[in-house]
Design a protein around this ligand. Structure first.
Ligand SMILES: Cc1cc2nc3c(=O)[nH]c(=O)nc-3n(C[C@H](O)[C@H](O)[C@H](O)COP(=O)(O)O)c2cc1C
Length: 211
C-alpha cells in the first residue's frame, strides 16, 4: 500500500488524527498532512498546542490515524479522555482504536517557522485495518468543518473577537447542514455542543473586554 493509495497528496491536506508520545505523555489531535515525496510527509503544527509542545520537547515518532468518523475527530478535540489507544507495531506513539488505517512515522526533522513548526515524517509502517466502501454523507464532513472553525476560535479569541464571531456564524451553517442531513442524535448533540462552547468563549471574552 502506497501513501497515495490512501489519499495523501502533495496539493491537498489529508485530515488525520495524530497521536504522539514523549515520555509518559501521550497526546491526540486532528492535523492536516501533506505528501512531500513518495517517502515523506509533512505537518504544520501551530505553537501553543500540546502537540507542538511534545514535538519541541523531542518526541521521536507519531501515528497518523486515518478515519472519516467525525465522532473520533470530535473526541480528539473536545473529549480526549474518551479516546481509546492500543500499541503500535513499530513506534512508541499509540494508535487510536477504531480507525480504518494507520501510518506509523518517525519524526526526522523539525523546523521552526515562527508561528508554527514544520515537521517532516518518515513512514515506518502502513497498516490498513478496514477497506470498506462507504456512501458519502453531508453530516460527518460538516462536523469536522465545524471543529476546524472551533479550534481556530480557540487560538484567535484573545486578539480577534470579530473573526471569532464570523467563525461562530460558520459553525451555525454547519450545524444547519447536520440537522438537515441526519437524525442521528449524537451528531446533532456534538454540533450543539461545538456551537454552545464557541458562543460561551466569545461571550466570556466580551465580558472581560467590557471591564
Ligand atoms: C480537521 C482539523 C484539522 C486540523 N489541522 C491542524 C493542523 O494542520 N495544524 C495545527 O496546528 N492544528 C490543526 N488543527 C487544530 C488542532 O487539532 C487543535 O488546535 C487541537 O485542539 C490541538 O490540540 P492539542 O493542544 O492537544 O495539541 C486541526 C483541527 C481540525 C479539526
Amino acid at each position: 500500500m502506497r501513501l497515495r493509495d490512501l489519499g495523501f497528496s502533495k496539493l491537498t491536506y489529508s485530515e488525520i488524527i495524530l497521536t504522539i508520545r514523549h515520555g509518559d505523555a501521550v497526546n491526540v489531535a486532528p492535523m492536516g498532512v501533506l505528501l512531500e515525496d513518495d517517502k515523506r510527509l509533512s505537518l504544520r503544527v501551530y505553537k501553543g498546542q500540546r502537540t507542538c509542545e511534545l514535538i519541541e520537547k523531542g518526541a521521536v515518532d507519531c501515528v497518523l490515524n486515518i478515519t472519516c468518523n467525525s465522532t473520533l475527530f470530535y473526541d480528539a478535540v473536545l473529549n480526549k479522555s474518551e479516546i481509546s489507544y492500543y500499541p503500535s507495531e513499530t513506534v512508541s506513539s499509540p494508535r487510536v482504536r477504531g480507525c480504518d488505517a494507520y501510518v506509523e512515522c518517525s519524526i526526522i526533522d523539525v523546523e521552526d517557522c515562527g508561528e508554527y513548526v514544520r515537521v517532516l515524517l518518515k513512514p515506518q509502517l502502513i497498516k490498513v485495518s478496514r477497506r470498506m466502501v462507504k456512501t458519502h454523507n453531508r453530516a460527518e464532513p460538516a462536523v469536522i468543518e465545524a471543529l476546524v472553525c472551533f479550534t481556530k476560535i480557540l487560538h484567535l479569541i484573545k486578539n480577534n473577537v470579530e473573526m471569532a464571531e464570523s467563525l461562530k456564524e460558520r459553525i451555525k451553517i454547519f450545524r444547519e447542514i447536520v440537522y438537515h442531513s441526519t437524525r442521528n442524535k449524537k451528531l446533532r448533540m456534538m454540533m450543539t455542543e461545538i456551537l454552545d462552547r464557541a458562543e460561551k468563549m466569545i461571550r466570556e471574552k466580551k465580558a472581560i473586554d467590557k471591564h
